[in-house]
Design a protein around this ligand. Structure first.
Ligand code: NAX
Length: 323
């Protein structure tokens, strides 16, 4: 049976990367056939048609069907895996609160469409910013779908942190494990190295704390802006890669003796307010995730975790009427 994968904003920068990587089998493997549903806004349908034509021209063995649409009810029909990438960017003079409102409309409509038309076992990854609060809105508008189906992307931040640490420690990022990003996908996120391991051995006590606080944490928090400055465009290929990492780990499981950072509905763990979409360290097994419990939280970490929690609570207040 083919799985149905829906990508919104599929003619955009990230969507263009993501569609081809998923179609080539990098999400579910070479033996799983997929139906690809691509959603765009009406003015971008011509561009989306071009993307679909290129996908056809790849003759991917793993693709059964490609559908394009500007109607969320069609694009989310029977969706097993939903990548919600399309969002309204921040325009000139636009306040963050305006951005929240504009995106809230998009994600409430998509949440409703998921509720009506998608597989009851759908897994949703929200990438479009403000990702955590957009995921909260989609979740709130899909009352018939289990809340645990709604997640937001922190994996790019997680991967960025690993890359910085590997460079500092002169090792390969794959030799590092147990990195955690807590909170919101914004500059308040807290990259936490307290449980970091190198080749399975704890390494946090060997890290220079001044470097961690003054260089590493701000660098990871502001990496998006650094990329925009260098490239003239926001992160796209790395974001698509992280989206695949997030969903693949969720579906197929996290690595043994490691965990991933995923923004998920808080269950109150670590004192974080229940219900907001907050990033925790999670282990995925058999298609479900669970929060890693009983990690020691020092006072500095607690303060950082509360700063990013407060930002999410403020975002929630701004769109409360749509929940
Ligand atoms: P682009 O502007 O290149 O593409 C977005 C696409 O979404 C456009 O083609 C647009 O027509 C479409 N779109 C807008 N409203 C839509 C709707 N209602 N339904 C379907 N499609 C719609 O942006 P891109 O660089 O691809 O980034 C997409 C989103 O990802 C942005 O919100 C961006 O801020 C966010 N990001 C999130 C990251 C994360 O880690 N969570 C990192 C990368 C990225 O910045």
């Amino acid at each position: 049976m083919s799985k149905t994968v829906t990508i919104t904003g599929a003619a955009g920068q990230i969507g263009y990367q993501l569609a081809f990587r998923i179609a080539s089998g990098q999400l579910l493997g070479a033996n799983e056939k997929i139906n690809l549903n691509l959603l765009e806004i009406t003015p971008a349908l011509d561009a989306l048609k071009g993307v679909a034509m290129e996908l056809e021209d790849c003759a991917f063995e793993t693709v059964s069907n490609i559908h394009i649409s500007d109607d969320p009810n069609k694009a989310f029909k029977n969706t097993d895996y939903g990548f919600l990438v399309g969002a309204k960017p921040r325009g000139p003079g636009m306040e963050r609160s305006d951005l929240l409102q504009e995106n809230a409309k998009i994600f409430s409509a998509q949440g409703k469409a998921i509720n009506e038309t998608s597989s009851r076992d759908i897994k949703v990854l929200v990438v479009g910013n403000p990702a955590n609060t957009n995921a909260l809105i989609a979740m709130s508008n899909a009352p018939d779908i289990d809340k645990s189906a709604f997640t937001a992307m922190m994996r790019l931040d997680h991967n960025r942190a690993l890359a910085q640490l590997a460079s500092k420690l002169d090792c390969h990022s794959s030799e590092l494990s147990n990195m955690t990003i807590w909170g919101n996908h914004s500059t308040t996120q807290y990259p936490d190295v307290n449980n970091l391991k190198l080749l399975g051995e704890s390494i946090s006590s060997r890290l220079d704390q001044t470097w961690i606080k003054d260089d590493f944490i701000p660098r990871v928090q502001n990496r998006g802006a650094e990329i925009i400055k260098a490239r003239g465009l926001s992160s796209a290929a790395s974001a698509a890669s992280a989206a695949i990492d997030h969903m693949r780990d969720w579906v197929l499981g996290t690595k043994v003796d490691d965990w991933a950072s995923m923004a998920i509905p808080s269950d109150g763990s670590y004192g974080i307010t229940e219900g907001i979409i907050y990033s925790f360290p999670v282990i995925c097994q058999n298609g479900t995730y669970s929060i890693v419990q009983n990690l020691e939280i020092d006072p500095f970490s607690k303060e950082c975790m509360q700063i990013t929690e407060k930002e999410l609570l403020d975002e929630k207040t701004a769109i409360e009427h749509l929940l």
